[in-house]
Design a protein around this ligand. Structure first.
Ligand SMILES: NC(=O)c1ccc[n+]([C@@H]2O[C@H](COP(=O)([O-])OP(=O)(O)OC[C@H]3O[C@@H](n4cnc5c(N)ncnc54)[C@H](O)[C@@H]3O)[C@@H](O)[C@H]2O)c1
Length: 444
């Protein structure tokens, strides 16, 4: 009977007759739901947000990389069922958790979303169920937090139910790599758990990399994101170093990138944003503190990256000063508030901190972002200013924080008095009037 749980489930996964439940239909859960629907599975989507479920049920999408057509097609075919009722999970053979893992006010892991999702799974768990965690978290979560709650139902892990971790690696806005063509790492509580998880992902992915445990899979994700955080911090510090040496970091990175091995370019900017890089390494750091180990690189990288918005303000103050102005009372137009180009996600965006500091320093601040027409700002909502010759002429300085492809940089240059560029977005422009100050370069 117990062996049947495994073999039946494997058979149903391979034949795509297994019914899938996804908990959390955000930037990770919704693309995954669409991949699975498009691969031929029936997908139940459970989300606590009525607004989100309402949008999806009408065949619309609120995630940049997921076209509404895709959602509509699967809603119309009846292969995708979004719901706020967790009881739908009872019919599912596979349940995948994609809920947020933010930091608390004191920069500690906030596990409440995972805990609540796992409670809903435990209420609906049954023999022959595969539970997968995709939310980024500290090593040990799947074995120490998820598995015991499911085991409390009396079901035996590795025999009745199967549990594994597989980190999500989606890179929003990346035109080349998406959920469907990015290799997936999986690590289960037992080898059968790993086997079932691998089988599921292989139904819609080319490559799955099994690792020895769920904790190993959790650690893979944290290594990847700590690697990015540390390298971004390093290049941010190099940008400051270049300014002191009278060099241009952008030229240096361009030349260093010609080395065909042993160098990978990272670029400076006003800080780090999104739901991953500023947060995930601190999950690891927190876990290590409980083992009396202090993760120096993580802490240092966090410190350098968090300080970048203040460094940008110093550059703006200097640029205004060099042109006979001061920041207090100046008007600043911030271009691009998403945390990275060509997407509409503002979570942890350093542009918001730049805006906050500009206001703190007494500047009048407006913003433009073609992807974010309305921004929640200090418990209020503000609107993206429409770009026009008049608007550009009316401000003292333009601060480029996110280099969206939609901007016409030559036109902005031609109509603006001063520019502070944190992304080298104005690189191709002949700055004969000395309007531009650039992060990581000395203004001539
Ligand atoms: N966004 C990314 O680029 C990215 C990339 C890789 C990994 N991740 C990780 O994936 C996880 C999810 O991130 P995201 O960006 O998709 O988050 P998100 O905020 O876009 O989506 C999460 C969804 O979960 C829902 N939710 C919250 N609590 C719930 C609960 N208890 N039950 C059901 N639904 C619930 C929310 O309403 C929301 O719709 C996080 O751990 C994140 O670190 C994100």
């Amino acid at each position: 009977m117990k062996e049947n749980n495994f073999s039946e489930l494997l058979k149903n996964i391979d034949s795509k007759s297994a019914r899938i439940g996804i908990i959390g239909l955000g930037y990770v859960g919704l693309p995954l739901a669409m991949e699975l629907c498009n691969a031929g599975f029936f997908v139940d989507g459970y989300d606590v947000s009525e607004k989100k479920v309402g949008i999806l049920s009408l065949g619309n999408s609120d995630v940049d990389d997921v076209p509404a057509d895709d959602v509509r097609k699967n809603i119309d075919k009846g292969t995708f069922l979004p719901s706020t009722d967790s009881k739908i999970l009872a019919d599912d053979d596979v349940v995948i958790v994609c809920v947020p893992t933010p930091l608390s006010h004191f920069k500690e892991p906030d596990m409440s979303f995972i805990e609540s999702a796992v409670e809903r799974i435990a209420e609906n768990a049954h023999g022959g169920m595969l539970v997968l965690l995709e939310s980024t978290t500290y090593p040990g979560t799947t074995a120490e937090l998820v598995a015991p709650k499911i085991a409390d139902t009396g079901l035996k892990i590795g025999e009745d139910v199967f549990i594994a971790f597989s980190p999500e690696r989606v890179d929003p806005g990346n035109p080349q790599y998406h959920t469907g063509n990015t290799p997936k790492v999986v690590g289960g509580i037992t080898s059968k758990c790993t086997q079932l998880a691998s089988a599921l992902y292989l139904t819609f992915l080319d490559k799955v990399i099994p690792v020895s445990s769920a904790a190993a899979a959790e650690m893979v994700k944290l290594l990847e994101n700590t690697f990015r955080s540390v390298n971004i911090a390093l290049v941010n510090e190099m940008a400051m170093i270049c300014e002191r040496l009278g060099l241009n970091i952008w030229e240096i990175i361009g030349a260093a990138s010609t080395k065909p091995f042993g160098f990978m370019p990272f670029y400076p900017g006003p800080g780090v944003g999104g739901h991953c890089i500023p947060i995930d390494p601190h999950y690891l750091e927190w876990k290590l503190k409980s083992l009396n180990f202090y993760a120096h690189f993580i802490e240092l990288a966090g410190e350098v990256n968090y300080r970048m918005p203040s460094y940008v303000i110093e550059g703006i103050v200097k640029h205004l000063n060099d042109n006979g102005k001061h920041l207090k009372g100046s008007s600043a137009l911030v271009l691009g508030v998403a945390y990275k180009p060509n997407i509409s996600d503002v979570r942890e965006s350093p542009a918001l901190e730049v805006m906050r500091l500009l206001v703190d320093w007494g500047a009048d601040v407006i913003y433009n972002d073609p992807y974010i027409p309305v921004l929640r700002w200090n418990d209020d909502e503000i609107q993206s200013a429409e770009l026009s010759d008049e608007l550009l002429h009316s401000v003292d300085i333009v601060v480029l924080t996110t280099n969206h492809k939609d901007y016409d940089y030559q036109w902005i240059y031609d109509n603006t008095e001063l520019i502070y560029d944190t992304r080298n977005a104005f690189a191709g422009i002949d700055d004969k009037n000395g309007k531009i100050a650039r992060l990581g370069a000395v203004n001539k």
